[in-house]
Design a protein. Structure first.
Length: 112
């Protein structure tokens, strides 16, 4: 290897190392995941199916995934079930029960 090739390779390794170091410095703060056990899912499913159907405007487009925030225009209902330790809200979208944390409107579970 000639001197110029060695210098170029050393420079590439230095740049790659700096990129890796800066990527490692990024800290992402995540909220702990809330996982509903199967018994809780069953309680919620039975509660929701015993309630009158609710309207949902499909024109309100948002990402229906765990961790996403349900937009304010979407009406949430409280799961009024005393056997649950934690209060949750819900909305039914496309035949899926979307379980939501009331304080943040964050989706914590999607029950098919």
């Amino acid at each position: 290897m000639n001197r110029h090739t060695k210098a170029a390779l050393a420079g590439l390794f230095l740049i790659a190392g700096a990129g890796t170091a800066s990527a490692q410095a990024v800290i992402v703060e995540q909220q702990p995941d809330i996982v509903l056990v199967p018994e809780q899912q069953t309680i919620i499913r039975e509660y929701v199916t015993s309630q009158p159907p609710m309207g949902y405007d499909p024109a309100i487009d948002f990402d229906i995934t765990v961790g996403a925030i349900v937009p304010e225009p979407i009406e949430l209902r409280r799961i009024d079930e005393p056997t649950l330790d934690t209060p949750y809200d819900y909305v039914v979208i496309e035949n899926r029960t979307v379980v939501v944390e009331p304080e943040t409107r964050r989706i914590v579970e999607i029950i098919e």
